[in-house]
Design a protein around this ligand. Structure first.
Ligand code: NAD
Length: 451
């Protein structure tokens, strides 16, 4: 799907018209390409006094090849200074009066964030802090979400809540948030916890999934095909699953990623057992399960047939629970395993004509909440992405006016690409993300829908 408006707005004439009329001006986003540097410039790092993360931050930036500055760059009068990233350790803020330290750090430099730059605020999960400190840490969310709305030119901000004791487990998340892999993730709140029993940092951060087996459902096209591409690029053997009717497209994807294909309707009564058999007999188990297959059957509730309700709930939720249970019961999910759900902002905000879909996608969030402690006990994790408007066949079918609204009503003024969802899933899948459990991260460019 091409975004013709974005193409027009980045042309010479288009740029002038867009500026004169004050129209949305979507910046082409920088996306990860193997071999690219993590950031295309230095990161300015600051901290509130008493913060816990300075040492970790500097070590991670060094290992990711990012130059860390502790003083802002300066330039001769009239020249513009840019920082590729601003990172602020706010864990030291122990009472609301000290929130002023956010202002003091960011106010002089916020306008120096470069095109597709990154801003990361790090805090302590309010539930792990006491009294006034918890209030101050909770306040970081409002700051982050507002800065997200003010940043221009494809820049993003995120808030990472790092639990005390989880400092060393934050590398995979910091690398993701600072890189072009998180291009369409904006104003999200991510929790890094201490439940991880295994920390397995990859030997090679460019091939973090080397030796892993990843099952991707609905892999024959759209977002699923992109997930297969990205997980394979990162080193995984991908088992690409889709319904038999998608057989040809499925084989093409499996061949492209040098993986294998499995034709299966995940709603079939024997699907969980067949899947467990396939994964254990052919691969000795599975490391990463991505529940991407999903359908829509849109109608307002009064016009909706019960078959449309049942089909959506079966594919988008019930089959996933049955598969999880069968994999866990058989012990087929290996040590440091990952289950990753695909929710939707419709599951957070609700949507007209999508009572069935939004119910199923909110159910995916419930699945993450419920399974997270069970998986933590087994040294595994479960998380989900909640995509916003992503350019796929699904969204190409949306009527033009609604499609345009969906594309522009976010801080990036554009739709995301399947690869943006796939990169976020690859971050969850990374063996170094063992401390990331129970999260729902929206891949929506800070859509106005879903807060
Ligand atoms: P898509 O329709 O292009 O792909 C979905 C795939 O799932 C298809 O290949 C389909 O054959 C497969 N599938 C459906 N039922 C199945 C079953 N019973 N067994 C096995 N496979 C089955 O959709 P997409 O846009 O790529 O969406 C992928 C996921 O992302 C879905 O879960 C969707 O709800 C979610 N999502 C998409 C968007 C978006 O903007 N496109 C937004 C939010 C969430």
């Amino acid at each position: 799907m091409t975004d013709r408006y974005q193409q027009f707005a980045s042309s010479g004439l288009g740029r002038q018209i867009v500026r004169r009329l004050g129209l949305p001006n979507p910046t082409p986003l920088r996306r990860y390409k193997p071999g690219d540097p993590a950031l295309n410039g230095p990161a300015l790092v600051g901290a509130a006094e008493g913060g816990r993360l300075s040492e970790t931050l500097h070590a991670v930036l060094k290992s990711a090849g990012i130059e860390a500055l502790t003083e802002p760059l300066t330039a001769p009068e009239g020249e513009r200074v840019t920082h590729a990233a601003l990172v602020f350790d706010a864990t030291g803020i122990d009472r609301p009066e000290r929130l002023r330290e956010l202002y003091d750090f960011f106010h002089p430099v916020i306008r120096t964030v470069g095109t597709c730059g990154r801003v990361v605020v790090l805090g302590t999960p309010p539930e792990s802090a006491d009294g006034r400190a918890a209030i101050a840490q909770r306040a970081l969310e409002g700051f982050t979400r507002s800065v997200g709305k003010e940043l221009k030119r494809g820049a993003t901000i995120q808030l990472g809540y790092v639990a005390p004791g989880a400092e060393a487990a934050s590398e995979s998340t910091l690398r993701f948030l600072l890189s072009a892999r998180s291009a369409y993730v904006d104003a999200q709140v991510i929790r890094i916890g201490t439940h991880a029993t295994t920390t397995a940092e990859p030997d090679d951060w460019t091939m973090p999934l080397d030796g892993k087996v990843a099952l991707v459902t609905g892999a024959s096209r759209g977002i699923g095909a992109s997930i297969a591409d990205v997980l394979a690029r990162d080193g995984a053997h991908v088992v690409a699953l889709d319904v038999p009717a998608q057989g040809d497209e499925l084989s093409a994807v499996a061949n492209r990623v040098k993986g294998t294909s499995l034709q299966l309707d995940i709603t079939a009564a024997d699907a969980p057992a067949r899947l467990v058999k396939h994964l254990t007999e052919r691969h000795g188990g599975v490391d990463i399960v991505v529940h991407n297959a999903g359908i829509t059957r849109d109608k307002t509730l009064g016009n909706m047939k019960d078959s449309a309700w049942d089909a959506v709930l079966a594919v988008n939720l019930a089959s996933q629970l049955a598969i999880n249970d069968a994999l866990l019961e058989a012990g087929a999910l290996r040590e440091n395993g990952r289950i990753i759900g695909v929710s939707s902002i419709a599951g957070i905000a609700g949507n007209v004509g999508q009572t069935n879909y939004a119910t199923s996608k909110a159910g995916v969030i419930g699945m993450v909440d419920t399974y997270a402690p069970l998986l933590a006990e087994r040294g595994a994790t479960i998380n989900a992405v909640a995509p916003g408007f992503i350019e796929t066949k699904m969204t190409a079918a949306v009527p033009l006016f609604i499609r345009e609204a969906g594309r522009r009503m976010n801080s990036m003024s554009q739709g995301g690409l399947p690869v943006d969802v796939a990169e976020t899933i690859a971050w969850y899948a990374n063996p170094g993300s063992a401390a990331v459990n129970g999260n729902i991260v929206r891949v929506c460019g800070q859509s106005l829908l879903g807060a």
